[in-house]
Design a binder for this molecule. Sequence first.
Ligand SMILES: Cc1ncc(COP(=O)(O)O)c(C=O)c1O
Length: 390
Amino acid sequence: MKKLSVNTEKPIGKKSLDQYLRQFKGSPYYYGNASHAFYDVMVWLQENRPMKKPNIVMPVYIPAKLYRFILAAGYEPKFYDVSTDLNIDLKEISDLIDDQTQAVFAIHYFGVPVDLKPLKNITECAGVYLIEDCAHTMNSYYKGRQLGSTGNCTLFSTRKMLQLHCGGAMVLNIKSWDFKPSRNKRVWTPFTMYHFAGSRIKYKVNKLLKAYSPFKQSTMRYNGYINYSEQHFVRVKNMDFFFMWYNKVSDLDKMVDKRRKNFLHLLNGINDLDSFFPMGLERYAKREKKGQYLLKKGFVPFSMPILTPTGTRDQIQKAISDAGVLCYVGWPEAPFGLDGFKGASMLKDRLLELPIHQFMDSYHLNIIIDCLNSLPDTVKRSEKQRLVSA
Ligand SMILES: Cc1ncc(COP(=O)(O)O)c(C=O)c1O
């Protein structure tokens, strides 16, 4: 296998997920999803370096499932806010670290990269671990550094980036104690194969019908809030044999190319609409003289997060969904009823994720572009100034 430095400006050029994970310093582990890996690491850290009241410094804009796993592992989350450029505030994070902090958690949201080197310096000085969340990216780099190579532990959600029914991975670069994933349940291969085949057939049909969806297969519930009154159990699952095989044959380069191509198509298609604000744009794109965008090298997105004008997000999501393309809205359950998180409260209400994954084609993307262009003026009115100053 070709050896590549993690500090490279060149494309990674790795073919399979297996090869990709093995190039990191540290040991790769496969899981049923990223959250289970996260849970295992938190429990393992606390077993080996017990704290009286362990805490983890977390962004407050996260899916409720991560929040539940923190609590299930016996930690207190100490939350920091997330701004609309999806970057981190080093001071805010370092002020939260105390003598009971086991780890700091940082996310490359939707693939928008964060320079984690300065944060790593802070965590190293404080003697706490850095957990890097690459759930929304893979095979990417920023400022010459591969995303995933800075954290002491890095999480990948392979099910998201490879569009699979299940699958997550972790690279652990903490060698102080032996780590063994807790595996109390193995997923049954015929179960996952069935879901895998179902999702692939859905994509084929959708492509064949050019996103025409008479049975509203692509329609989703617009408000996916979690019911906290239900009891939630934590089960740690491992990959099944089918996905272990799939990890070896999946082509990451192809996935990267298609995601970048789709992202650029969409970005240039909505570039005249100044009411929709692609978040963190300057970190992954630059504008050419002709007004078109170019993506920076190494950027590998999960979706395109845009900030919609106040009070219009759900209407826009519904319009695109009715036209046959499914968009997600981040995590409307965050910031979990907590006050004082201005950024996350805004994201909760206004963030819309435009899909650009590898099974989208140009006609899907054009549906989104046409939809955004044909929204009523009340929605499209320019509020760039307001967004910038927010
Ligand atoms: C930013 C982020 N990190 C981690 C996870 C957990 O990934 P998984 O669903 O594979 O457990 C998610 C899932 O939504 C996520 O969005």
